[in-house]
Design a binder for this molecule. Structure first.
Ligand SMILES: [Zn+2]
Length: 141
């Protein structure tokens, strides 16, 4: 596995601000200026009312686990050393559902038997390198 790197986010015009914010420890979501809908992934048009009056807004970072899986046999060789690891869907309190990972602290795997559906979580940020900081979630009480 030596020398195989994990695929990293590749910021586009639509996602550049999101990744810029994660580097500063902020989680952004899209907000519609006309109907108020909050959504992810980012799109230049509101998926509910088709308004073009949309912008990034800061999320609280709080949410709940909607669902999760535990990966025992990764498809990508760069993830072999991480297995078993989880991939979770988080329902943010503002509404959007995003994919992430449940950790105890940034960079610290959680025992997958501790993850429960509906478990309250909050965002933490794991700095991968100077370009990439990934939002992860840890349990709250
Ligand atoms: Zn809208």
């Amino acid at each position: 596995m030596f020398g195989i790197e994990k695929p990293m986010p590749n910021p586009t015009e639509d996602t550049e601000k999101y990744w810029e914010a994660t580097r500063k420890g902020e989680l952004l979501i899209m907000a519609c200026g006309d109907c108020g809908h909050r959504y992810m992934p980012p799109m230049p048009i509101c998926p509910v009312c088709w308004s073009e009056s949309v912008k990034w807004t800061k999320a609280s970072g709080r949410g709940k686990v909607y669902s999760f899986i535990v990966v025992h046999r990764p498809q990508h060789p760069a993830f072999f050393p991480d297995a078993p690891y989880n991939v979770a869907m988080i329902d943010l309190e503002e509404g959007p559902r995003i994919h992430s990972r449940i950790v105890t602290e940034p960079g610290q795997m959680i025992d997958p038997t501790l993850i429960k559906v509906d478990m309250p979580v909050e965002v933490v940020f794991e700095k991968i390198d100077s370009e990439t900081t990934l939002p992860m979630f840890r349990p709250t009480t």
